[in-house]
Write a protein that binds this ligand. Structure first.
Ligand code: BTN
Length: 270
């Protein structure tokens, strides 16, 4: 287990994202703690990292499972000043930052982004997930709590079977253990850069398109009230999933890819 002092090595006061690091051996959810910090004077941008979450959350109300001291679980809360037309692209910025950090330890894994913002290896197995909880005011992003979970040093045989079938880890991909503090430092550098670019009005969409894993796959997308089948045609300018379905080309702003017909089963949680 990495001690609290070592985690401070990933902090950098020159950055807005991760200018300080707060480490917890155990916590409910790092997202909740990061949100709490936003109401204290210096809390914006503090990276909250935990060895164990007792109430870790995934997207769509799912649980995020991770054994103690093995993976990287971190949240940062921000009041970003993002042009409203770019706010739907925040998730892709986070996924690109995750890709940059994870590619630094597993450069030949062919890491890609699976819409909306999962990080997957070349075979579509999940390496990292993103949970962003936002507050909107007058159509603008007022607050964003950005939670990231990376399967870092999780051995495939230690994963619960339902996760092992659809996930992998940097340890498996790189063939050796990952230094989680170094990984966090790289992630915070990359995320800081992505947020700054978005605030300057620069869209990440072309960079996201270049690494979009779902393109050309036949998929099923759960929209809550119906499941749509179709072929993925790419990403729209706003980060939506372009799906060629029986109805024609659709731009899906929300939804969950629950099946990829011509690949390993789509991983929906870890
Ligand atoms: C998903 O893929 O469903 C999103 C998973 C996000 C998990 C991370 S771990 C750190 C942060 N705290 C949480 O409770 N969730 C996120």
């Amino acid at each position: 287990m990495t001690d609290s002092l070592a985690w401070f090595g990933a902090a950098n006061p020159a950055r807005r994202v991760g200018r300080a690091v707060e480490h917890h051996a155990e916590i409910g959810s790092t997202n909740d703690r990061a949100r709490e910090l936003l109401s204290s004077p210096d809390g914006e941008g503090v990276a909250v990292v935990a060895d164990l979450q007792t109430a870790g959350r995934g997207r769509r109300g799912r649980t995020w499972v991770s054994p103690a001291g093995v993976n990287l679980m971190v949240s940062v809360a921000l009041r970003p000043d993002v042009p409203p037309e770019l706010s739907s692209l925040l998730g892709l910025c986070v996924a690109l930052a995750l890709r940059s950090a994870c590619s630094s330890v597993a450069p030949s894994a062919g890491l890609g982004i699976r819409w909306p913002n999962d990080l997957v290896d070349g075979l579509g197995r999940k390496v990292a997930g993103v949970l962003i909880e936002t507050v909107l005011a007058d159509g603008r992003l007022a607050e964003a709590v950005i939670g990231m979970g990376i399967n870092a040093n999780w051995q495939q045989e230690e994963m619960p079977p339902e996760i092992a079938a659809q996930a992998t880890s940097l340890l498996e991909l790189a063939g050796s253990p990952v230094d989680r503090v170094d990984l966090l430092g790289h992630l915070l550098d990359a995320l800081d850069g992505e947020i700054q670019a978005l605030e300057r009005g620069e869209s990440p969409i072309e960079r996201a398109r270049a690494v979009s894993w779902l393109d050309r796959h036949e998929v099923e997308v759960d929209l809550g009230e119906q499941v749509l089948a179709g072929r993925v045609a790419g990403l729209g300018d706003d980060g939506s999933l372009l799906l060629d379905a029986a109805e024609g080309r659709l731009a899906l702003a929300m939804g969950e890819v629950v099946r990829v017909m011509d690949a390993a089963p789509a991983r929906v949680s870890s």
